[in-house]
Design a binder for this molecule. Structure first.
Ligand code: 5GP
Ligand code: MG
Length: 182
């Protein structure tokens, strides 16, 4: 299925909206079963903002009452290649010491971003630290790390939509897709 018209280039749908919604419902049951105490959900911005919004509403439906704070880390910066280093662009505001924290990211790719965020929150004294990603690109890992909760395994292609961009475009698409020219 190819979705055209909303963007300059056609984007091939990999994960449609209904499939994403159903999987997030399951994921929230898994997260609820983990028994987090007064959880603090930390979306890693910017790419995870749509996923996190749906995940948070799913967590509410699953009976959780999380607090939320945001951590903005650098990512590809207008290129489809990973920069190799991670910077804090905007730090969290809440104290994570002795808190149960759920880090949320869009894609686990080389692993550098999530590993950096985990180290940061662990060094600040989190009591329990769990991670959740929408997409896992398992074959591209350069850092040894796995997420605790994964919505989907993803092929090693550059994806956009559902919050994820290519040079700040395509974030508004309601599905995860692959740019046809990739
Ligand atoms: P890692 O540090 O694991 O290599 O990369 C993780 C971050 O890179 C993700 O949070 C995401 O922001 C970005 N990223 C990795 N793969 C893709 C992709 O296929 N599309 C987009 N838009 N971003 C990606
Ligand atoms: Mg990201």
């Amino acid at each position: 299925m190819i979705e055209a018209g909303t963007t300059d280039s056609a984007v091939e749908v990999l994960f449609p909206p209904d499939v994403i919604a159903a999987r997030i419902g399951e994921l929230c049951q898994e997260i609820a079963a983990a028994g987090l105490r007064n959880p603090l959900v930390v979306p890693i911005l910017t790419g995870s903002f749509v996923f996190s919004a749906d995940l948070l509403r799913g967590l509410h439906a699953a009976g959780l009452t999380p607090e939320v704070d945001f951590l903005t880390l650098s990512s590809y910066r207008h290129t489809t290649r990973s920069a190799g280093s991670v910077d804090i662009l905007r730090d969290m505001e809440l104290d994570v010491a002795d808190r149960d924290v759920l880090l949320v990211d869009d894609i686990l790719d080389t692993g550098r971003t999530l590993a950096y965020a985990k180290d940061l929150v662990a060094a600040r004294g989190a009591r329990r630290l769990l991670t959740c990603v929408l997409l896992n690109k398992r074959v591209r890992r350069v850092v040894t790390i796995e997420a605790d909760f994964i919505a989907f395994e993803c092929p090693p292609v550059f994806v956009v939509g559902y919050g994820m961009d290519l040079a700040n475009r395509y974030r508004e698409l309601p599905f995860v897709g692959r740019v046809a020219s990739d």
